[in-house]
Ligand binder design. Structure first.
Ligand SMILES: [Zn+2]
Length: 137
């Protein structure tokens, strides 16, 4: 057996999961929505909140602002008092995740929000330790 140091290194690196692969593991959930009359219902709303690890109320407030329509949470669902296509809702949810959930340093969703001061909050990443201010629009 004649294993060079370089070969050992190669082997060690090969065993490390690649960062890129880890990043792509996480998928922003897609909304499961239906339009009923003049309202839209997101049927998997509590599931989306679970994936985001955020209070359903927080996401609901975001959607209210973004869609300029009242919303109400009930029975795992979110009811929005306007007609909104799934593509629009998916776009809003994606923006929410990008702004308030996914760490912009390492791309992972293992984050939480600390402190609320005049609309400024700190996103803290549990995966890489990054901390940065997020601003509610
Ligand atoms: Zn991070």
């Amino acid at each position: 057996m004649d294993t060079s140091y370089e070969q050992l290194l190669d082997r060690a690196f090969a065993q490390l999961p690649s960062l890129a692969a880890e990043k792509s593991d996480f998928k922003i959930p897609e909304v499961d929505s239906i339009i009923q009359g003049a309202k839209t219902i997101i049927r998997n709303f509590s599931q989306i909140a679970d994936v985001a690890r955020r209070e359903p109320d927080d996401i609901a407030k975001y959607l209210t602002r973004e869609l300029a329509a009242p919303v109400s949470i009930g029975d795992q669902k979110l009811t929005i008092s306007t007609k909104a296509q799934a593509a629009v809702l998916n776009d809003k949810i994606r923006k929410y995740f990008q702004a308030f959930v996914i760490c912009k340093e390492c791309g992972k969703p293992d984050t939480h929000i600390e402190g609320t001061q005049r609309g400024y909050e700190t996103l803290v990443c549990e995966a890489c330790g990054a901390r940065y201010t997020v601003k509610r629009s």
